[in-house]
Design a protein around this ligand. Structure first.
Ligand code: GZL
Length: 313
């Protein structure tokens, strides 16, 4: 009798276990937007990896607006996803919605950019680059390219975003050691090519414009827009105005191979595989490191032609 009952119980449980085993992992991904070639490559890497691993990915493009990202996270909570991935467009202002995710027992992974929180338990882990180090690398490259003497125009990323804050911090740390390296004008280009061109046009038209000898752009897209403005003004980018930018997108390597920019600091967007390894560990209840770094290099103009065929984004 007991044997029959046990056999019945086993049959009853099996489908649930096998269903549990087959249940697709659902991930809600609140992406910044589609503002740059870097971002497009980042989204592609994450979507492709989710597809490959049979993850049910719910994707939201916030068009660089924080309120859209907050709405998306609330949506994912309502849908009871297994994990939320958030790339915070700016550092401040996400604490309340992260608390709502915690109350709903949904783990959050911060991807690409950090959020400022008073309580680190509001997110499980952060995967992304060391933007301060990227800024230092850009500063050191520009010192080398200009022999430590430059009047610098700076195109900032999105105000309040971790990459803009930290790339500036790292760059300033390096040029502070070189009295003949000074930033003579600075403005945000919002990480976009169009805005980078528009701001560079205004820089060149300003009274100080004729003194610019170098450009530091927080991403390649703004540098590529600025190159268009520099050429339209009859000035030689990469020659009259030395240029350093960050990301490492293919079109920046093409510009560098054409001698129009002088250094590209890599910021790797292809984090899909690493991200979903973290998702798998989090879902399995494993402890994960609070931070996962991404690997990246620095490329000078003389390396551009050889490196170009290797570029994957
Ligand atoms: C950096 C990323 C930045 C890129 C820009 O990790 O957040 O945002 O540098 C993108 O191209 O817009």
């Amino acid at each position: 009798m007991i044997r029959n009952l046990l056999a019945l119980a086993a049959v009853a449980i099996l489908p649930t276990i096998s269903m549990a085993a087959d249940k697709k992992i659902t991930v809600g991904f609140a992406q910044v937007g589609a503002e740059s070639a870097w971002r497009t490559a980042n989204t592609k890497s994450i979507k492709e990896e989710a597809e490959k691993r049979g993850i049910d990915l719910k994707f939201s493009d916030a068009q660089q607006k924080q309120e859209n990202q907050i709405k998306a996270v609330r949506n994912f909570i309502a849908q009871k996803v297994d994990v939320i991935v958030l790339a915070p467009v700016v550092e401040a202002g996400f604490e309340p919605v992260l608390k709502e995710a915690k109350r709903a027992h949904i783990p959050v992974i911060l991807s690409d950019r950090r959020a400022k929180v008073s309580d680190d338990s509001l997110y499980v882990t952060f995967i992304g680059a060391d933007f301060i180090e990227e800024g230092r690398r850009a500063g050191e490259a520009l010192v080398k390219i200009t022999d430590g003497k430059a009047s610098i125009a700076e195109l900032d990323g999105t105000p309040g975003s971790a990459p803009a804050n930290d790339r500036k911090k790292g760059f300033d740390e390096v040029i502070a050691k070189h009295p003949d390296m000074t930033v003579i004008m600075e403005q945000t280009g919002e990480f976009t090519r169009a805005k980078g061109k528009e701001v560079m046009e205004a820089f060149l038209k300003s009274p100080e414009g004729k003194n610019i000898t170098a450009l530091y752009a927080h991403n390649d897209d703004m540098a590529l827009g600025a190159i268009q403005a520099i050429e339209a003004a009859g000035i030689k980018p990469g020659v009259d105005i030395k240029i350093v930018s960050i990301d490492g997108v293919k079109s920046a390597f093409e510009a560098m191979a054409d001698g129009k920019t002088n250094c590209v600091v890599e910021c790797n967007p292809l984090i899909g595989p690493q991200l979903f390894d973290l998702v798998a560990d989090v879902v399995a209840g494993k402890t994960v490191a609070k931070r996962t770094d991404v690997k990246e290099g620095v490329f000078m103009q003389e390396q551009a032609k050889d490196e170009l065929p290797n570029r994957k984004y």
